[in-house]
Design a protein around this ligand. Structure first.
Ligand code: IPM
Ligand code: MG
Length: 354
């Protein structure tokens, strides 16, 4: 199965983590029926400095023609906030990637470094956030003036329906028995529309229990009883914030993966973390968030749960032998980005060969 994968390496530690994830894709290509071809699609801050645009037309054309996009991280400390980062929003909007899928799973082997006390971890953390990815405050409708500034939080019925439907279908596919919706319906009009659509649509999924929680309360429950949640569906801004909070529960922001998805169309996979300029070039970034984004790519774009599973097992096995600094363990070797990537790659190779 021939597939073309566009690669945006990005800024800061982006190229370092992408290298390791591309190695994983090469192993999949070598040892399974998949045959991947890689094509570069530069974007971000360095590109902006060179060409005056953070997403050259040619990069976007390349991305549109590919089967999926692997994206590192973008942003540079010497550029104003947003100059580089808006490329991400251009891709999300330009490809209509309305789902932002953000799984938060605590590996058993990382339980010891989870910042929560054991009683709050309960029988484990395995939550998938389904974040709306094209509407709300991120539509970027607004203006900035000298003495005031505004953004419009716009949600449409169609926009709410498609993301909520995805969440229910996802829950069904994963055998989840509950979908939690996070909103601010006590204050915000868009949340009131969202909530009524959530209830309407839940009627078609009678086997799935539903739950509504306000965003402020949810932020507390997420650290108080994370084991209660399975699929969590929410709007764009809330999803951005709670996914960073959630990422710390699995050991480090460096562990968290994501998929920007339009089912059946070219979708983009990226770690949740940013370009981390403070550690860029030091070879210490954790490549797992990006490698697990490849896992999501295999599952959501290439329909291969099996290979996704193999990547997951390879990561778990590697974590028993060594760790990057962000998830350091006193009893295990501390590894560089490349060493961590190689260890996972060797585990995966062994599994796929077998
Ligand atoms: C994320 C990031 C982006 C967002 C930024 C970089 C535009 O924080 O993917 O969570 O706000 O969505
Ligand atoms: Mg974010």
């Amino acid at each position: 199965m021939k597939k073309t994968i566009a690669i945006t390496r990005g800024d800061g530690c982006g190229p370092e983590v992408v290298n390791e994830a591309v190695n994983i894709l090469k192993i999949v290509s070598d040892f399974t029926e998949f045959d991947f071809e890689f094509i570069e699609a530069p974007a971000g801050g360095e590109v902006w400095k060179k060409y005056g645009t953070n997403l050259p037309e040619q990069s976007f054309e390349t991305i549109k023609k590919s089967d999926a996009l692997l994206f590192g991280a973008i942003g540079l400390p010497d550029l104003k906030p947003g100059i580089a980062e808006s490329a991400i929003l251009k891709i999300r909007q330009g490809l209509d990637l309305y789902v932002n899928l953000r799984p938060i799973k605590l590996y058993q082997v990382l339980r010891e470094i989870c910042p929560l006390k054991d009683e709050f971890i309960g029988d484990g953390i395995d939550i998938t956030f389904v974040r709306e990815n094209t509407e709300g405050l991120y539509k970027n409708i607004g203006k900035l003036e000298e003495n005031s500034a505004e953004n419009l939080m716009l949600y449409t019925r169609e926009g709410c329906e498609r993301i909520i439907k995805f969440a229910f279908e996802f829950a069904k596919r994963k055998g989840h028995n509950k979908v939690t919706s996070v909103d601010k319906a006590n204050i915000l009009k868009p949340s009131q529309l969202w909530r009524s659509i959530f209830h309407e649509m839940s009627k078609s999924y009678s086997k799935i229990e539903i739950e509504d929680i306000y965003i402020d309360a949810f932020c507390q429950w997420l650290i108080r009883a994370p084991f209660k949640f399975q699929t969590v569906v929410t709007g764009n801004m809330f999803g951005d914030i709670i996914s960073d909070e959630a990422a710390f529960l699995i050991g480090s922001l460096g562990m968290a993966s994501s998929g920007n998805i339009h089912p059946g169309k070219v979708s983009m996979y990226e770690p949740i973390h940013g370009s981390a300029p403070d550690i860029a070039g030091k070879g210490i970034a954790n490549p797992i968030g990006t490698i697990l984004s490849v896992k999501l790519m295999m599952e959501e774009s290439f329909n291969s749960l099996e290979i996704g599973n193999e990547i997951d097992h390879a990561v778990e096995a590697a974590l028993q032998e060594g760790r990057t600094v962000d998830i350091r363990s006193n009893s295990l070797k501390t590894l560089s980005t490349i060493e961590m990537g190689d260890l996972i790659a060797s585990k995966l190779k062994r599994r796929l060969k077998a």
